[in-house]
Design a protein around this ligand. Structure first.
Ligand SMILES: [Zn+2]
Ligand SMILES: [Zn+2]
Length: 287
């Protein structure tokens, strides 16, 4: 006997997919961006769910020193990549971006060439990983000639492996000594801020999904910590904020957990805050 009204039990029930559906209904102008992000999300989660839990042992003295010196703790060799799986993700991610017209022909050609040559290899990804951790001294820069867009495809393919690793580290590493504007796990930049309570702000890494504490009135771009330099504007629904820095004129978008009816979801909130980028430009902030 069938139950036609029983909800489908699989991924369609994930809280993120439900949030994506609500976002699309509330803001139909974001439909294209939501659809693309859903495809990427499903692709990444399929792999992430299959990965075994990496168990990284950190020497306590080493860990304390890294955090005190502002050095990220996740070293490339410790991330459990599966290179066959990685290359499949790289190809799939590029196909999704192409379907949504986000890859120029030149980049498509570059991606095709890499795939035909059996790349990206471990060496390619290592160069990307170390090269995009821009604020670290003494790290090599990315492969010469590799376009920024190819870097974005690499980031999409690497995300499940990084996120799976960081997921387990969140529970075990005390990040209280860290208040830098970049990610304590991978060294990546902040994608969004997260306002938990007055005085309690977090930043979220766009690369590995790591979340870390950050001073409430500091700028994640220029690291200015003087009071009075941050101007905040709430989104129409009140769930998000645009926080502009009067010192460097750059901005960060924030999820306001005090106003929202669900927890922070990096993948969903990245799309939900797209309209704030236009608002920021209108107010004269720099992208
Ligand atoms: Zn990170
Ligand atoms: Zn600033």
């Amino acid at each position: 006997m069938t139950h036609p009204h029983r909800p489908r039990p699989e991924r369609a029930d994930s809280p993120e997919l439900a949030a994506f559906r609500r976002l699309k209904a509330a803001q139909p102008e974001l439909a294209g961006a939501v659809d693309m992000q859903v495809e990427l999300f499903v692709m990444q989660r399929r792999v992430q769910a299959r990965l075994s839990t990496p168990w990284l042992e950190f020497d306590a003295v080493w860990l304390a020193r890294q955090l005190a010196e502002g050095q990220p703790i996740l070293r490339f060799d410790e991330i459990p990549f599966d290179w066959g799986e990685f290359r499949t993700l790289f190809r799939q991610a590029s196909e999704i971006l192409r379907r949504y017209d986000l890859l120029e022909q030149a980049v498509q050609d570059e991606v095709q060439q890499l795939i035909r040559a059996g790349r990206p290899t471990k060496k390619d990804v290592s160069a990307w990983y170390d090269g995009t951790a821009t604020r670290l001294l003494g790290r090599p820069s990315g492969e010469p000639g590799q376009s920024e867009t190819v870097g974005q495809v690499l980031a999409l393919a690497a995300r499940p492996f990084l996120a799976r690793t960081v997921e387990t580290l969140h529970q075990r590493v005390d990040l209280a000594p860290w208040s830098r504007p970049y990610c304590p796990f991978c060294g990546g930049d902040a994608e969004l801020a997260l306002l938990l309570r007055p005085g309690e702000t977090r930043l979220a890494c766009g690369r590995c999904t790591g979340v870390w504490p950050f001073p409430e009135h500091a700028c994640p771009h220029c690291d200015n910590r003087l009071p009075g330099y941050q101007k905040a504007f709430a989104s129409r629904d009140g769930c998000y904020r645009l926080i502009g820095c009067e010192a460097c004129r750059r901005y960060i978008k924030a999820f306001d957990a005090r106003k929202a009816d669900r927890p922070f979801m990096l993948d969903v909130d990245t799309i939900a805050t797209l309209p704030l980028d236009a608002a920021a430009l209108q107010r004269g902030y720099l992208a």
